[in-house]
Design a protein around this ligand. Structure first.
Ligand SMILES: [Zn+2]
Length: 213
């Protein structure tokens, strides 16, 4: 058997939560356990530990259906019978939970976007990362939209936002999303969080520019 010691720090955090937060909200937990969930929105954010959507939006238990993946990407619609975790999460949120909003939450200093940038550019990347590299190819159409600049840092930052636009375009190709959009059952939002300043920018879907909230 491999070592399975859960760090004490994590165990202690759990115990503190159980006697503190859980006890104070016991009735809410019991209600959600018996009645099921009905979240108001789905959030698709990066796996990055610095992206703290529940804290940022002051989320209570049951409010957000959250899916995280590397670089908060939505892949193209592709019903090929393969394993598509992100598409499955979106399908469940829309078709079963009937969420009203989908929020794609990008962020600054995203390592996934940076790696994807170099991958799309044809730079040397870590070829051992089979799954990561395959996944980040989703960025190619967004990368191709970038204006060339000598300032590579700026291009990578722009790609963080351009990829959100590309994800919204991919999302709109899913038949159940098209159906929900045409009957005004859902709205889609693109957000970008600056980790260091706490700033949040929202995509204006007319101008296709990100504006501070
Ligand atoms: Zn990231």
């Amino acid at each position: 058997m491999p070592l399975t010691k859960l760090p004490n720090k994590i165990i202690n955090k759990y115990k503190k939560w159980k006697i503190d937060s859980f006890v104070n909200n016991k009735a809410t937990y019991e209600k959600l356990a018996s009645e099921g969930q009905s979240p108001i929105a789905m959030i698709i954010s990066c796996c990055d530990s610095r992206v703290h959507a529940t804290s940022m939006f002051g989320a209570e238990i049951g409010e957000f259906f959250i899916h995280r993946n590397i670089a908060n990407l939505i892949p193209p619609y592709n019903p090929d019978g393969d394993h598509h975790g992100t598409s499955a999460a979106i399908e469940f949120a829309i078709c079963t939970l009937k969420v009203s909003h989908i929020i794609i939450l990008g962020h600054s200093n995203c390592g996934g976007i940076k790696n994807g940038y170099h991958l799309c550019k044809g730079d040397q990347v870590n070829e051992e990362l089979l799954f990561v590299n395959k996944w980040l190819h989703i960025l190619k159409p967004a990368y191709d939209m970038l204006e060339q600049s000598a300032d590579e840092k700026k291009m990578i930052s722009t790609l963080e936002k351009q990829s959100i636009i590309n994800s919204i375009q991919n999302l709109s190709e899913f038949p159940f999303i098209q159906k929900a959009l045409s009957s005004n059952e859902i709205s889609i939002h693109g957000l970008w969080n600056n980790i260091g300043t706490g700033e949040l920018e929202m995509l204006n879907q007319k101008s296709m520019l990100f504006e501070s909230l």
